[in-house]
Write a protein that binds this ligand. Sequence first.
Ligand code: F3S
Length: 394
Amino acid sequence: MFLNREQERMLKGDHGSAVQKAMELLVAIGDALNAEKLIPISSAHISGVSYTSIGDAGLLFLKDFALLGAKVKVSTSLNPAGIDLDRWRQMGVKEDFYEKQRQILDAFYKMGVKLTCTCTPYFSGNLPRSNSDIAWAESSAVVYANSVLKAKTNRESGPSALASAITGYIPLCGYHLEENRRGSHNIILEFKPKSLLDASIIGFIAGKKVVSGVPVFPKSKNFTSDHLKAMSAGLATSGGISMFRIRDASEELNVKEKVFIEPSDVNEVLDRYSASTQVNTIFFGCPHCSLSELKNLASLLKGRRVKGDIRLWVFTSRAVYSQAEKAGLIDLIEHAGGRVYCDTCPIVMPLYLLHGHTIATNSSKAAYYLTTLHGIEVSLLDVNSCIKLYTEGV
Ligand code: F3S
């Protein structure tokens, strides 16, 4: 892979050993993927933040890197941690987990990373321009960035996104190249999707059927950016998809392969995620809730109360939380008995917090990971059905 003079000096160690190690990783990746050269990036987003996910080995790696003087060169945000940084005690997180998580975040902070702790960095000040090259980890955010924001990123890992943040470069390959961003499969929907759950399941099924490539979806006036966020997460969960397109006239002509999504495909997913035991926890916010999702929840819960012994957990970013707090939405949700947490989500929080839970959620990504990673029983339900269950017990 071609390196310019500055990049050569980075690799030789002239910019310090942290930059050298980061450059060694990028060169190894670039060589393995036959990248022609390194290109500059304008933004990075790093995953692998929770102590649940990275453990002591990850903590040690980050501490060592920070001690070497690593500093990020571009706007860099962080994926969710294992705790709400303010309300971790209320969540039931133990002191030793908090202490480890705090050390992880301290290491990132020393490197100049913004402690956004969200999988929706685009709502927290890390909003790349259309056409810009970026290095994002977190698969749902990668699909959203490529498809909705029209930035260009591969599905980075935590270490590779950190290496790019520290050097300011990424190998030129994959979705940074226009030829890999063209549509590959026309998705034909045999029903009219409406809810966020529909969008999430469509993404999940398309990801499974297409496996790799760039699916092209029909335009739907029912789909808001929240639907596209839900679809991005579904796509990233069941296949190797990093980007989708919405059909326009030219796409219609160029993409020959067709993939059908029928009501029976949707029913199969709903059957698979249909818990056999009574739901005792409802979870929204995978990916983290937007302001409009919180508005909708607050309006559905206004003047109502939880019926019976059931928890309602809502997860969002701290940036969205503070806007929602000012608008009185957090009060409305919490007066109904719900809890709105920031900085974390059930997939990355300490496992002991999920003990004894059977969960209802409107996210296919959450359903998949809660089931496969944590062995939790999950029912996939739309928002209205979840709120009915919460306030009426049915
Ligand atoms: Fe975000 Fe956690 Fe879902 S990181 S996309 S809420 S699994």
